[in-house]
Design a protein around this ligand. Sequence first.
Ligand SMILES: [Fe+2]
Length: 402
Amino acid sequence: MYLSQQNFSSVLNTNVIYGVNSVEKSLAGKIKEFKKLSVFIAADPGLVQAGIPTKIQNLLKENGIHSVLFSEIEPNPDAETVMKGAEIYQSESCDMILAVGGGSAMDFSKAVGVMASHPGHILDYRRGQKPVVNEVPLLFAIPTTVGTGSEVTNVAVVTDHKAGRKYVVASPVLAPKMAFVDPILTTSLPRHVVATTGMDALVHAIEAYTSVRSTPITDGLALQVIKMIKDYLPASYAHSDQLEARSQVHLASTIAGMAFGLAGVGLVHSCSHPMSAIYHVPHGLANAILLPYVMQYNLIANERKYAEIARIFDPSLTFETDRAAAEQLINVLKDFNQVLNIPNDFGFLNKQFTEEMVDRLADDAMDDRGTIPNNPRKVFKEDVVQIFNQVLPINQQGGSAE
Ligand SMILES: [Fe+2]
């Protein structure tokens, strides 16, 4: 679309404090600036073993700041856990929330913020059924994984595990006030987590870049992320001591959050959400597997932009036409996944998928209203079924004999 025909408004709400050891150097001071005295810390359980929340609690204590630790957050945080967290926030008279961890801890914290300032149940606020309008408690975020970008977005994903569904709760007031992007916290991440969450950041950038809501502002952010991930994710996967590589990937993930926070994500996320909600596939892994297949479907919608991405990965494609370069991108990304030991499909689930199971997945993907409208190609259910048929082991029983 011509810029002379575009109208948009871009707000980035979060103050990003970047740097090695930035948490140690700046966190307590920033909390004091806001005159907060009692912090509800929501931390990933995996971090408790590594001692990270305790270190933060000690840091706050030394500065006269009281804190309460809540670390019962499951992957894809459940609505009931959110309600439990909100109850503790109230009963302990906390006055701010500090999210420490990956997307689950940050999404959980945003949802607790909603329940600390709004009546009813968190699921009442899913998909804007009830608007999030009241002022929420002050929220700081410390991302300890890469990928989610939730530290700079105004979206929380809450899962209703009983119904096997993921819901978005979104509002401009949910963006954390501050995000401490400290690469030192990523040095203990297992390499497979770095690989899949790094791919999630890449998917955020690619889907934001090709989104129908993209603008020159989000394009600039997204292209920078694609370069950083291409150059540094393999090294970050190869060795956790490569602080430079881990730093590049960590910051890239935050920048990707800014890009998709403004431009949205598309069909890769629509398809991956039900794979996580129903079959518990980690978000980044599901996205990484789906990316090449969804892209193959999307290519014709914007060959120029897909070609541009291909040329970042392989500069020799500069000498090819946009179509030829874009088509090469599928294999380029399959190879990139392979370097990171990410499988080609969901065969590892050891499940035979029936037509009904694929149908449910496709319905849920089509129902993902926060993502489907952003996709560069208009999506139809039969196309989504075809994408799932390519990545799932299909039960051939009852199929037509060939
Ligand atoms: Fe994502």
